[in-house]
Design a protein around this ligand. Structure first.
Ligand code: AKB
Length: 315
């Protein structure tokens, strides 16, 4: 990775990955793009271009202008939004992906895009979900993710594009909110704990999902992209996770720092149905064995850091 183009750079992952990559690879070598513009550092502190990922010509022109050798394709709708707008999700998630793959094929770029625990479905083994297993998701997001994994494998096998991907769990961060996901409750809960000492969860007690703190997610992307290709038996996409918990467990962890914290439940049937169709916990052994994946943050360490950083952020 020497010249890197990111799509969706103002989203939850891009907002932090852009800065981290600029530190490692040099500011001028990381070109952030998004469909909108803000005054955040992603836009102001290095190269930035407006890009609608549905416009393949514009994507190709930006990639050529900067002579990029790597594309990190992040622009996509998350699960709950995709369920509300399935046709838009299909068009954007698949259209954007195939455009980014085509540009990578033409310019011989290395390629990364995230998949998700959403690529699994109700018939997938629920606990310690293996790397290679049944994938019959019942959400539009899941359909997009499975099709995306297969498409990335196809571009590798057919055209030799160096495609790599991760099946991310819910990502938790204090920098940019996720927006439109099923796992977002695990981010919102920290904001509400600090602001109001209470949170109403739309996910029911007893619902386990995998999660990961953003610093581990960023390291995982960079480590996978830097991994020796001859060590990779899998490519699209690797199971990665750092922890699995249900709402009562994150609430209990927050109470260690904010004893008055209270939790209520008002279950959202749409997001609960999505969560019920996903695994309780996935097995990241293939990622550990093939490129050394390891997460540093468990629930306790993440909660301490989240609360400390959010208190500073929220004043
Ligand atoms: C979502 O909830 O949609 C995402 C995901 C797990 O892919 N956070």
């Amino acid at each position: 990775m020497k010249k890197i183009l990111l799509t969706g750079a103002l989203g939850q992952i891009g907002s932090e990955l852009t800065g981290k990559m600029r530190e490692i690879y040099g500011t001028d070598n990381v070109i952030a793009t998004d469909i909108r513009q803000t005054d955040s550092e992603v836009v102001t502190a290095g190269p930035f271009e407006i890009l609608d990922v549905m416009d393949i010509e514009a994507m190709g022109n930006i990639a050529k202008k900067y002579n990029v050798d790597t594309i990190i394709h992040l622009a996509a709708l998350l699960s709950a939004t995709a369920e509300a707008k399935p046709l838009l999700a299909w068009n954007l998630n698949m259209g954007g992906l195939v455009n980014a793959l085509e540009v990578s094929r033409e310019l011989q770029c290395q390629f990364f895009t995230p998949s998700s625990i959403g690529a699994f479905g109700p018939t997938t083994p629920k606990d310690c979900t293996p790397q290679d297993t049944i994938q019959r998701p019942t959400t539009m997001y899941g359909v997009n993710k499975v099709a995306g994994e297969l498409l990335c494998d196809y571009y590798y096998q057919k055209f030799g594009v160096d495609t790599r991907g991760l099946r991310f769990p819910g990502l938790i961060s204090y920098v940019a909110p996720p927006g439109g996901g099923t796992t977002d409750y695990a981010v919102e809960i920290y904001y509400e704990a600090i602001k109001n000492e209470r949170y109403t969860s739309y996910i029911d007690r007893g619902t386990y999902m995998d999660m990961m703190y953003m610093p581990d997610a960023l390291n995982a992307i960079i480590d996978l992209m830097e991994a020796n290709p001859s060590n990779l038996k899998h490519r699209n996409s690797f199971n990665v996770t750092a922890m699995s918990f249900e709402p009562e467990q994150i609430a209990a962890e927050i109470r260690k720092h904010i004893p008055a914290f209270e939790m209520e439940y008002q279950v959202d049937p749409v997001r609960q149905t999505i969560a019920n169709s996903w695994p309780n916990s996935i097995d990241p052994t293939a990622a550990s064995e093939e490129w050394g994946f390891k997460a540093d943050y468990d629930l306790a360490k993440m909660t301490t850091d989240m609360l400390e950083k959010l208190k500073m952020k929220l004043g």
